[in-house]
Design a protein around this ligand. Structure first.
Ligand code: ATR
Length: 276
């Protein structure tokens, strides 16, 4: 029997827990396969896609900074990848075409948005912090839920302006004003890399907010960012990005293997133990 090969492309990748996630499920499902880190340069994307075409690789995930850069090398993009122009899952279809999909939107829906039961959700004001690779998926997941009052603040203004060309209804907030704007928000989503273990953190304190604010952090390493700790102290409902990570992986796995792996406590423990 030949071992199937999967992996994740991006740079840097040393912190990725995708191998832990997928290799856990391969073992559970008794699939003879291995998932590895493929830290590559931009110039190597074409080579990797050729390997998928030649069936040397059965599928890849794509992460920062290649979610958009991979698109010109694919034969087609489908579903949420088309809406977001952001690809995180690549596979070969039955006609031998290399297809790009996006499972981040699914991850956000199942890991966060579908868990919200606040009243008048559709009228909620949402502030997204950050305009990097994951932000189009956040915007699209919110739109699918009928949430339209979306505000975006990013250190580099130009990136918010580029997003507005694709999503004209979003409102741009200047980075210097995010703390003031935050006072009127129902949901705040951190889609920056701020708070990541070993990295920079927010200078803003967000001390004044609505009492029933919901704070969502895409970051899951550490499990509790400084922002989550601060909001928890004020009894504000918080979520970290672990569930999104697990659910985007679940959908990628099922696209590649035609089986839906289980998300359970054993899996969560396996992931969390790697964070320590
Ligand atoms: P990319 O921007 O290459 O897609 P990313 O990890 O997807 O990378 O996104 C990083 C996000 O975190 C960006 O929104 C980035 O802001 P800039 O667009 O201004 O770079 C944000 N970010 C990273 N470090 C930051 C910092 N020290 N202060 C504010 N925002 C920061």
């Amino acid at each position: 029997m030949i071992e199937k090969k999967f992996g994740i492309i991006g740079k840097p990748l040393s912190h990725s827990l995708s191998p832990t996630l997928h290799n856990f499920w391969f073992k559970k499902k008794k699939i003879f396969a291995n998932y590895s880190l493929l830290e590559i340069e931009l110039n190597d994307i074409e080579k990797i896609i050729t390997k998928i075409k030649n069936k040397e690789l059965q599928g890849i995930n794509v992460t920062v900074p290649y979610k958009q850069a991979v698109i010109p090398f694919l034969d087609l993009i489908i579903n949420d990848a088309k809406e977001t122009l952001s690809v995180n899952t690549v596979s070969l279809n039955e006609e031998g075409k290399v297809v790009g999909n996006n499972t981040d939107v699914y991850g956000l829906e199942h890991g966060f948005i579908n868990k919200l039961n606040n009243q008048n959700l559709k009228q909620n004001k949402v502030l997204i912090l950050g305009a990097g690779g994951v932000t189009p998926s956040v915007i699209y997941a919110l739109i699918k839920k009928g949430i339209k009052k979306i505000f975006i603040g990013n250190r580099t203004l130009k990136k918010t302006e580029d997003l507005k060309k694709r999503f004209p209804f979003i409102e741009i907030v200047e980075w210097d004003s995010v703390e003031v704007e935050a006072e009127n928000m129902d949901i705040i989503i951190n889609a920056t890399s701020l708070g990541l273990k070993g990295g920079n953190d927010f200078k803003q304190e967000f001390r004044i907010t609505k009492p029933n604010l919901i704070y969502y952090d895409i970051v899951y390493n550490p499990e509790e960012t400084m922002m989550i700790k601060r909001f928890k102290k004020r009894n504000i409902q918080t979520f970290n990005g672990l569930e999104m990570f697990v659910y985007q992986g679940q959908k990628s796995f099922s696209l590649w293997n035609n089986v839906n792996p289980k998300v359970d406590e054993e899996l969560r423990r396996a992931i969390i133990s790697k964070l320590k």
